[in-house]
Write a protein that binds this ligand. Structure first.
Ligand SMILES: Nc1ccn([C@@H]2O[C@H](COP(=O)(O)OP(=O)(O)OP(=O)(O)O)[C@@H](O)[C@H]2O)c(=O)n1
Ligand SMILES: C[C@](O)(CO)[C@H](O)COP(=O)(O)O
Length: 223
């Protein structure tokens, strides 16, 4: 059964401070958002690529993506006020296909992470098929401290795409909506409402999230 990829692009990008949505800023020969959309469209077993956009920005996003999609098609859905709200909007849009058993796994990715790459999408989706849910992690190096005390053990930096079995993910977000829960990432909601573990696949430092202005230059050098 095929998967769906959701690419979140309904944020503000206020920390980049460009005065417009950062995912539409240029990165090399295409907008930041077009990098991951193209990777998602190139995956073998993905039947749906859905991009979540800010209210009022659908036409801008469609115009920005059009020259970069080739034969590929994306569906645009209006997002919510938070990242979690945008995920929920996407899952509601996919609910008929999930209910009909046409999608086995949903991968949710930050459009602000242009350099995830096809292999990471594929690895995460495959791991979710095998285990129920998966996300990329990168081991943090150097000293990480909280309240000036060094923490023992190893810490992972959590990335996207994060992929989960479709029916359980929709059920988790439906339960979250009923309680008004708003999670930091997809795994937070999955863990809270399913109690199931999330497998880790190796992420990459190159899979950075464009968050601050200097991240655009860094991403360009890594691309
Ligand atoms: N309401 C929201 C908020 C965020 N996102 C998306 O979630 C990803 C991660 O968001 P982040 O970059 O942390 O937030 P932004 O709102 O985009 O940026 P900032 O916090 O600097 O304003 C981005 O691809 C962003 O477009 C979204 O789809 N809907
Ligand atoms: C979801 C996320 O991309 C995981 O790394 C991240 O938590 C979202 O961005 P933020 O800058 O941490 O709000």
């Amino acid at each position: 059964m095929p998967a769906a990829v959701v690419i979140l692009a309904a944020g503000l990008g206020s920390r980049v401070g460009a005065g417009s949505n950062k995912v539409l800023l240029p990165l090399g020969d295409r907008p930041v958002l077009a990098w991951s959309v193209r990777d998602a469209l190139a995956l073998d077993d993905v039947r749906r690529v859905l991009v979540v956009v800010r209210p009022g920005e659908a036409a801008d996003v469609a115009a920005a993506l059009a020259p970069h999609l080739g034969e590929g098609e994306v569906r645009l859905v209006e997002g919510g006020a938070t990242r979690h709200g945008s995920e929920w909007a996407a899952l509601q849009a996919l609910a008929p296909e999930i209910g009909a058993g046409e999608l086995d796994v949903i991968a949710i990715h930050d459009g602000a992470r242009p350099l995830a790459g096809r292999d990471l999408f594929a690895a995460t989706i495959t791991a979710a098929r095998e285990t129920g849910g998966a996300l990329p992690g990168v081991r943090l190096t150097g000293l990480v401290a909280l309240d000036a005390r060094a923490l023992p053990g190893e810490l992972d930096g959590v990335q996207t795409p994060q992929a989960f079995r479709a029916r359980e993910l929709l059920a988790a977000y439906t339960a979250a909506a009923a309680e008004g829960f708003d999670g930091t990432d997809t795994a937070a909601c999955w863990s809270r409402y399913t109690g199931l573990p999330v497998a880790r696949v190796p992420g990459s430092p190159a899979n950075l999230k464009v968050t601050f202005p200097e991240d655009l230059d860094l991403a360009l050098r890594l691309a």
